[in-house]
Design a protein around this ligand. Structure first.
Ligand code: DX5
Ligand code: ZN
Length: 216
């Protein structure tokens, strides 16, 4: 079980402080949302943030959630910036491109995940499994932090767990809080992206510990 904070809704002017607080609370992986204003109607961070993150926190993993249909431009830059894991969206490119970039990541020593949006059939993951480290099941429509968990996600997580078997990482992303984390865990998820819930009351380590207790 692992909590991966999303810094999308952190105070962007004070990111280092928020990241430090989470690292001190035992966090070993951050989920960094990359939005291109095209695949999703929002903009977020670029490769420079990853470079700076890895320089400041070399022992902490940077997981890149790439919400963009311009992988040709972006994937090599994020690899070069030091990404540890890159999550590509099934909906963002055609099959040959997806195979190409999954293979590219593997040959550059970067872990891979396939992300599926709420309206995408979970069956699409089957053909890519041998190339993947994990599957990312979106539990909100990608694009913004602070949305509500979509209840139908529970059955989708269960279906993905059936497909991948017991020893494969299933990450969930969107609307995770002290209620939904338990539902997602019981359905079969083992990695939990948490954004706005962590920044709700200014006590990041307190929020991390609260969630950890629930999923223990
Ligand atoms: C949404 C992003 C999420 C988001 C999570 O497109 O992929 O990672 O920042 O934030 P919360 O936990 O607030 O839904
Ligand atoms: Zn995300």
């Amino acid at each position: 079980m692992m909590i991966a904070p999303s810094i999308l809704n952190a105070n962007n002017i004070d990111l280092k402080n928020d990241i430090e607080n989470a690292v001190e609370a035992g966090i070993s992986r951050f989920h960094i949302d990359i939005m291109d204003g095209h695949f999703v109607p929002n903009l977020s961070f670029g490769p420079q943030l990853i470079k700076d993150f890895k320089r400041e926190f070399p022992m902490t993993n940077a997981e890149i959630h790439l919400m963009s249909n311009a992988p040709d431009k972006l994937v090599p830059s994020f690899v070069e910036a030091g990404a540890d894991l890159i999550e590509l969206h099934y909906e963002a490119m055609d099959q040959p491109k997806l195979y190409y970039w999954l293979d590219y990541l593997a040959s550059n020593g970067v872990d891979t995940a396939l992300a599926i949006s709420p309206d995408t059939s979970v069956d699409v993951i089957k053909q890519y499994l041998p190339l993947l480290k994990q599957v990312l099941v979106m539990t909100v429509k990608p694009g913004f932090g602070g949305q509500s968990f979509i209840p139908e996600s529970i059955d989708r997580i269960k279906a993905v767990r059936e497909i991948v078997g017991p020893d494969f990482d299933i990450e969930v992303d969107g609307g995770i809080n002290d209620q939904t984390i338990k539902l997602a865990k019981d359905a079969g998820a083992n990695i939990f992206v948490v954004g706005s819930y962590l920044y709700e009351n200014g006590n990041i380590s307190g929020q991390v510990h609260k969630l950890e207790k629930i999923i223990k």
